[in-house]
Design a protein around this ligand. Structure first.
Ligand code: TXA
Ligand code: MG
Length: 307
């Protein structure tokens, strides 16, 4: 196990970016901010580094990783882009969209990173620190969210620290991230499929495609319950719900009902309510449009106790 590593924490800047590039080249593990959440990066071509990454997260190794690259050209070296994929890349990169595409035959991405699939997930992040690190390293970087498996994704360096201190080599602290939920994942199959709602709302993608995204099988609606004693309440919007007074703790994702603000607050608030030792967290309904679809998806996953 790589527990007991000395984890360095550096404020984002030239020195941190250079250190991150060196560390990745040596097969090390570097946590860094992207615009969505903090990622835990490793050299996408180095199977040993990727094995250590899975171990550091305590993640089951059959869960494939997203390869982060600097631009579309770099993406084309590891995956085959059809016209649909190029249209999406041109519309949303750099930004919070991940495309699942067929691997090229000579793709340098390690099989361990894609869990043996013949597809690879690719994204070009927009965060200036992520972009600088990708430039300094010069190759694809796989980066799952920088949390222990089963915990919510980190939106600050402090979240990363509390999960991964002693398990990784370096944390680059670039402050709180802007989006707060992970990237939207689109499978560029015969019919483009929404594999995970995220930072780019479905409607914006469908507008570029000129068609609806196909839904993967299995989608249950999350139900909402009223807060009881020993439950915490995650509120949304100006309204109050019966039982609020008896909740052990109440946090409002956005008192104005702003979905972007709610997404940015989501994972931090879930951590904060969890830390208060509530038996359960009741959630007020969040509208299902814009980033609301991603927020509801994460709340449903959290309720099911999986990543
Ligand atoms: O915003 C994000 O996407 C963040 C930042 C760090 O970039 N990353 C992130 O990675 O959320 P992770 O590993 O926590 O989630 C990646 C998701 C997983 O659910 C995985 O199953 C899916 O992407 N995925 C990766 N490769 C895939 C593939 N070839 N086919 C289908 N799904 C894939
Ligand atoms: Mg994750």
């Amino acid at each position: 196990m790589n527990v007991g590593l000395k984890t360095q924490i550096l404020p984002a800047g030239e020195a941190a970016v250079a250190a991150a590039g060196r560390c990745l080249a040596e097969g090390g593990l570097v946590a860094f901010p992207t615009e969505t959440v903090y990622g835990l990066g490793a050299d996408a071509t180095n199977a040993d580094a990727i094995a250590r990454l899975y171990q550091a997260k305590g993640r089951p190794s059959f869960n494939p990783l997203i390869a982060h690259v600097g631009d579309l050209m770099a993406g084309m070296r590891i995956a085959r882009f059809d016209a649909t994929a190029i249209a999406l890349a041109e519309a949303f990169w750099p930004g919070p969209l991940t495309l699942v595409l067929p691997k090229t035959r000579d793709s340098a991405v390690a099989d361990l990173a894609t869990a043996g699939l013949d597809t690879v997930a690719i994204r070009v992040p927009a965060h200036p620190v992520a972009r600088a690190i990708l430039r300094a390293f010069g190759g694809p970087v796989v980066a799952p969210s920088a949390n222990l498996s089963g915990h919510v994704s980190p939106t600050t360096a402090a979240h990363v620290q509390s999960d991964l201190m002693g398990r990784i080599d370096l944390i680059v602290d670039g402050g709180a991230v802007a989006v707060g939920v992970e990237s939207t994942i689109v499978g560029c199959f015969d019919a483009p499929m929404l594999l995970r709602p995220g930072g780019v709302p479905r409607g914006e993608i469908e507008r570029v495609l000129g068609r609806s995204l196909v839904q993967p099988p299995d989608d249950a609606d999350n139900d909402t319950s009223q807060p009881l004693a020993r439950e915490a309440l995650l509120a949304f919007g100006p309204a109050t719900v019966p039982g609020t007074d008896s909740a052990t703790a109440v946090m409002n994702l956005s008192a104005h009902g702003d979905l972007n603000e709610a997404a940015a607050n989501l994972f931090g608030y879930l951590r904060a309510l969890d830390a208060k030792g509530a038996r359960a967290i009741a959630v007020m309904p969040v509208p299902h449009h814009g980033l609301g679809e991603a927020i509801n998806d994460r709340l449903r996953r959290a309720a099911m106790g999986r990543e």
